[in-house]
Design a protein around this ligand. Structure first.
Ligand code: AMP
Length: 420
C-alpha cells in the first residue's frame, strides 16, 4: 500500500461542523463590516520578509522564532504572513490609497501562519479576520471598531464578552514610561529572557507568562500619559460607555507587536475554560512610516476565527441552516435524465432540494429522505417518466399526487407556502 499522509503539525483540515462555524462567522463579519463602511481586501499569503521585520519588529517572538521564511527560486526572501496589518498597510502605501477619502476602511478574512508550539487554541495555520481604518485616527474611530467587533461577537451568540483596554501612549510619553520601567526592572528578579528584554524592550516583560508577579508593583503607563494621550483615551472610553460596550481597564496590557501607539485592547470571554484572547487591536500611528509611507494615523483589530468558533461551540450556539424539504427520487435511466433537469429547475428557483442520483434503488432513496426528515418526495419511475409526470408524496401523511413535470415547481411552491 502506498504511504498515507497527515496534515503538517499544528495545521488542520477544515470541514463539517467547523466550516459551518467559519461560514457563519464570515457571514456576520462581512455583513457588519460592510455596514460600518469597511471594504474587503485580501493581500497575498506571502510578502517580502522585510515587511514583517519592519512592521512587527525584529525582536518580537513572531519575527525571531515563528515565521515561515524561505528563498524563492528567484532568490527573493519571503515569508508566509504571520499577521494581517503589515500587508494591508503595504497595500495602502503601494496603491496610493492616501488619494482616497480618509480613513480608508478595509476588512480581511483569511489564513495566517506562525511556527508556534501547537496546543489547544494555538495552531501553526490559523484564521483571522481584521478591520483596519488607515489615514485618519481619532477616538471615535477607535471606539467604533471596538464596538463593531463587540457587536459581531454578540451577533454570533457569544455571551460575557469583555474588552480589556489600556493605552500605550505615543512615542514621547511611552519613552518616559519605558525609562521608569527599566529602572524598576533592574531591582526585581526576572526570567533569563526578560533579563535581556528589560534592556532591549522592557514593555515585553509585562507580557511574559513567567514574570507575572513582577507586574504587581511595576509603574503603570497610565500615570505617564501626556495630556493629549490621556484625553484621547478618556474620550474613547466615554464612547464605549455610550455604546454599552463592557470593558475593564488593564494597566499592564501591552500588545505583542511593535507598531501600536495609543489605545490597545483585547477581547475575552469571562469564562475560566476560555482563557485565551479572542483577538485584539489598537491604534498604530507609527506603522506607515516604518513601511516607507508618510505619517498616517491608523487603527485596527485582528480576531482569531478558531477561538471564536471554539467559544461558539462551547456555548452551544446552534447554526440554523435552511434545510431542504424536498427530495428527488428516481428509478430508471429515462427518469434519472428528467430528474436531473427538474433538479436544475429548482436550483434556478432557489428552492433547495436533496437528491441521490448515485443510488438506483427507490427504497434506499426514500429511506434516505426519511432520515433527512424530508417533507415531500418527488418520485419518478419509468411509467411516470414516459407520461412526463411525477408523484409528489407527503412523507408525513403518506398522501400522493400525480403531477405533470411542467407543474411540479408550482405545486411544490403551493405546498411550501401552505405548510402547517
Ligand atoms: P495577534 O495578532 O497575536 O494579536 O492575534 C490576534 C488573535 O489571533 C489572537 O487573539 C488569537 O485569537 C488569534 N491567534 C493568534 N495566534 C494564533 C495561533 N497560533 N493559533 C490560533 N489563533 C491565533
Amino acid at each position: 500500500m502506498a504511504q498515507k499522509f497527515q496534515t503538517p503539525s499544528g495545521m488542520h483540515d477544515l470541514f463539517g461542523k467547523k466550516t459551518k462555524y467559519f461560514d457563519k462567522i464570515y457571514e456576520v463579519v462581512s455583513n457588519s463590516a460592510r455596514f460600518y463602511g469597511f471594504e474587503r481586501i485580501e493581500t497575498p499569503i506571502i510578502e517580502d520578509t522585510k515587511v514583517f521585520q519592519r512592521a512587527v519588529g525584529n525582536d518580537t517572538d513572531i519575527v525571531e522564532k515563528e515565521m515561515y521564511s524561505f528563498k524563492t527560486k528567484g532568490d527573493d526572501n519571503v515569508s508566509l504572513r504571520p499577521e494581517g496589518t503589515a500587508g494591508v498597510m503595504r497595500a495602502y502605501i503601494e496603491n496610493n490609497m492616501y488619494t482616497k477619502p480618509q480613513p480608508v476602511k478595509m476588512f480581511y478574512f483569511g489564513p495566517f501562519f506562525r511556527y508556534e508550539r501547537s496546543q489547544a487554541g494555538r495552531y501553526r495555520q490559523f484564521w483571522q479576520f481584521g478591520l483596519e481604518a488607515i489615514g485618519k485616527g481619532c477616538p471615535t474611530i477607535d471606539a467604533q471598531i471596538i464596538s463593531a467587533v463587540y457587536g459581531m461577537l454578540k451577533d454570533l451568540g457569544l455571551k460575557d464578552v469583555i474588552v480589556e483596554v489600556n493605552s500605550m501612549g505615543d512615542s514621547k510619553c511611552r519613552g518616559v514610561y519605558k525609562g521608569a520601567l527599566k529602572k524598576y526592572l533592574k531591582k526585581v528578579k526576572l526570567c533569563p529572557d526578560c533579563e535581556r528584554r528589560a534592556v532591549t524592550n522592557p514593555l515585553r516583560v509585562l507580557d511574559c507568562k513567567q514574570c507575572v508577579e513582577v507586574k504587581q508593583n511595576a509603574p503603570q503607563i497610565i500615570d505617564y500619559l501626556c495630556k493629549s494621550c490621556r484625553e484621547d483615551f478618556k474620550k474613547t472610553l466615554e464612547f464605549l460607555d455610550e455604546m454599552n460596550v463592557v470593558y475593564d481597564l488593564n494597566p499592564f496590557l501591552v500588545r505583542g507587536l511593535d507598531y501600536y501607539t495609543g489605545i490597545v485592547y483585547e477581547f475575552f470571554i469571562k469564562d475560566e475554560e476560555l482563557p485565551l484572547a479572542l483577538g485584539g487591536g489598537g491604534r498604530y500611528d507609527g506603522l506607515s512610516e516604518l513601511l516607507g509611507g508618510d505619517e498616517r494615523a491608523a487603527s485596527g483589530v485582528a480576531m482569531g476565527v478558531e477561538r471564536i468558533a471554539l467559544a461558539m461551540e462551547k456555548m452551544g450556539v446552534e447554526i440554523k441552516e435552511k434545510k431542504p424539504q424536498i427530495f428527488i427520487a428516481q428509478l430508471g435511466d429515462t427518469a434519472k435524465k428528467k430528474c436531473l433537469r427538474i433538479f436544475e429547475t429548482f436550483r434556478k428557483a432557489n428552492i433547495p432540494v436533496y437528491e441521490s442520483f448515485g443510488k438506483d434503488s427507490l427504497k434506499s432513496q426514500l429511506n434516505q429522505a426519511n432520515k433527512l426528515n424530508i417533507r415531500w418526495a418527488i418520485i419518478m419511475g419509468e411509467e411516470e417518466a414516459i407520461k412526463n409526470s411525477a408523484v409528489i408524496r407527503d412523507m408525513v401523511t403518506g398522501s400522493q399526487d400525480l403531477v405533470e413535470i411542467d407543474d411540479l415547481l408550482k405545486e411544490i411552491k403551493i405546498r411550501l407556502k401552505n405548510k402547517k
